[in-house]
Structures are given as structure tokens and as C-alpha cells.
Design a protein around this ligand. Structure first.
Ligand code: SF4
Length: 285
């Protein structure tokens, strides 16, 4: 569709509201934590949820993880402070240095793993910790339709069926996660941000582009140009598969990591396996 500015803004808000209602993502009285990086997706999510929260109603807290990426994160955190201040939303920040005892830059120097693999595992844990401290009932992330389609394709390429359930809140021992923007294309999000004047010129993470996701992203963007709707099909296809497999496919039982006590599928969780001795290794309270 070709939309004017006012209708494009209305369409993005409408898609988000509809997704929340049709999938029952947020309930009245929920305390919603937004995984807020200060980047384009989470900024648009914050702006829309701040706009519609009284309709449900629910309360909002912005949660930011400072991974310690030199020349990049300082600026996005500065922007995160400005935006939350303007919208009147509480912001809390937890850094890798504070929680894991070292920055991402430092961890990467001593590891043979890809930066985004390390970052993803550690950020997920830090975010859970921060959200628990704020008694968050639901954690909202800014994943958009492009992300969703990329994940569906990457999951299919991995051949690992259980990945279909990753990040869906399948385990009752983690805070429920929702993705209210997962029906909105990345380019619609960018347009929304430009038209509403909430975007700032941000640097790109120096490690972006080192992950396989960036190759899948490029491939899907090209396909979407020639075959509009292909990303929506990929995302919906995985959702259908998840619904069909629910109850039939049994996830591995969660146990407690023998080092930190956090829920894990193996004897040692991925964080302890990666960091060995870290401040949280003494056990979860
Ligand atoms: Fe972390 Fe990779 Fe994202 Fe950079 S691009 S913030 S390293 S996940």
C-alpha cells in the first residue's frame, strides 16, 4: 500500500495494537519491561507502547543492557536517556562490567567465538536479571517482521527443530517474552521513526555483519523486493509449525546449572561455560 504520513503512522500503531490484542500479549495490570537498546526498533516500540498503554492499561519500564562496546554503546545509551526522559518512562541500565565483571570487548578478545553469539547469550541473562529485579511480568522486545522471517529461515537451515520454540516463553521458569512489532516490516519502522521525529543518527555496532544473520538478512531483503510478502510467509509458516508441534514435541527438561543455579538444559549453563569464574557463579539467590 502507498500511504501518506498520517496513515502510515496510524497503520504501524494499529498493527501493534492488533497484535497485542489478537495474541493476548499484554494483560491489564501487567508490568511491562521493554528491552531498550536505544536503537530504532526498541525506540519505536517504546514510543508506541507509551502511547497506547492507558488503553489496556499496563505500566512500562525501559531496561537497557550496556554490553561495553567501545565507540558504540555510549552514544545509544545517551539517546536512550533522552528518549525515556522525554516520554516520562523509567529507565534502568545494567552493564556487563557490573554483572559479569568484564566488558564484551574484553570477553571477545579472549574467546574464539563470534561476537554476536557471545553478546546474545550474555545479554539475555543480564536482561532476565534486570527484569526480575523490577518484578516485570512481561518482557517486550523490538523484533520486527524482518527479524522474525530471518529467524525462521535460520532455524530451518539449522535443522534443529527445538529452535522453533526458542524465545517463545515456552519455559514457565523464565519471564514471558512478547514481540508486539513482529507484524511490522523494518522499513515501516524506520519510516515511523523518521515521520514522528524520534530517530537519532546512531552509530552501527562494530561487530554487526560478523553474524550469519546479516547474510540471511541480505538474501531475504532481495527476495522481498522481487516477491512482496515473502517475509510475512516465512514468519507465518514458522508460527503454524510451532502451533502444530505444541504438545507433540517435548523440550528437554530444565535443571539448575551446577555453578550459578540458573535454569539450564545442560549440567552447566551457557554463561558459566563461556565465562567460567564470574561474580554470579556463586549461585542464584
Ligand atoms: Fe551484540 Fe552483535 Fe548486536 Fe553488536 S551486533 S549489539 S555484538 S548482537
Amino acid at each position: 500500500m502507498h500511504l501518506c504520513s498520517a496513515h502510515l503512522i496510524e497503520q504501524v500503531i494499529g498493527l501493534t495494537r492488533q497484535r497485542i490484542k489478537s495474541e493476548d500479549l499484554i494483560h491489564p495490570g501487567d508490568r511491562v519491561g521493554i528491552a531498550f537498546s536505544g536503537g530504532k526498533d526498541s525506540t519505536v516500540l517504546l514510543s508506541i507502547l507509551a502511547r497506547i498503554k492507558d488503553e489496556f492499561p499496563f505500566s512500562l519500564v525501559a531496561l537497557t543492557i550496556d554490553e561495553g562496546i567501545s565507540g558504540y554503546r555510549e552514544e545509544t545509551i545517551r539517546v536512550a536517556k533522552t528518549i525515556t526522559g522525554t516520554l516520562g518512562i523509567q529507565l534502568d541500565i545494567l552493564s556487563f562490567r557490573e554483572y559479569f565483571g568484564r566488558d564484551l570487548d574484553e570477553i571477545i578478545r579472549n574467546s574464539g567465538k563470534k561476537p554476536c553469539t557471545i553478546c546474545g547469550i550474555l545479554r539475555r541473562r543480564a536482561l532476565e536479571e534486570l527484569a526480575e529485579g523490577h518484578h516485570i511480568s512481561v518482557l517486550a522486545t523490538g523484533h520486527n517482521l524482518d527479524d522474525h522471517a530471518q529467524t525462521a529461515v535460520m532455524n530451518a537451515l539449522s535443522g534443529d527443530v527445538k529452535k522453533v520454540f526458542t524465545g517463545t516463553g515456552f519455559s514457565p521458569r523464565f519471564i514471558r517474552r512478547v514481540k508486539p512489532l513482529d507484524r511490522v516490516l523494518e522499513r515501516e519502522i524506520v519510516l515511523y521513526g523518521i515521520l514522528t521525529g524520534i530517530f537519532h543518527d546512531l552509530p552501527e555496532c562494530p561487530y554487526a555483519g560478523t553474524a550469519m544473520r546479516s547474510e540471511v538478512r541480505q538474501m531475504l531483503s532481495g527476495l522481498e523486493q522481487d516477491h512482496p510478502g515473502i517475509m510475512r510467509n516465512a514468519a507465518k509458516g514458522e508460527e503454524k509449525l510451532r502451533k502444530k508441534l505444541a504438545g507433540k514435541y517435548h523440550m528437554e527438561e530444565l535443571r539448575s546449572c551446577r555453578i550459578c543455579g540458573w535454569p539450564a538444559v545442560a549440567d552447566v549453563c551457557p554463561v558459566c561455560e563461556m565465562l567460567g569464574d564470574w561474580p554470579g557463579a556463586s549461585g542464584r539467590t
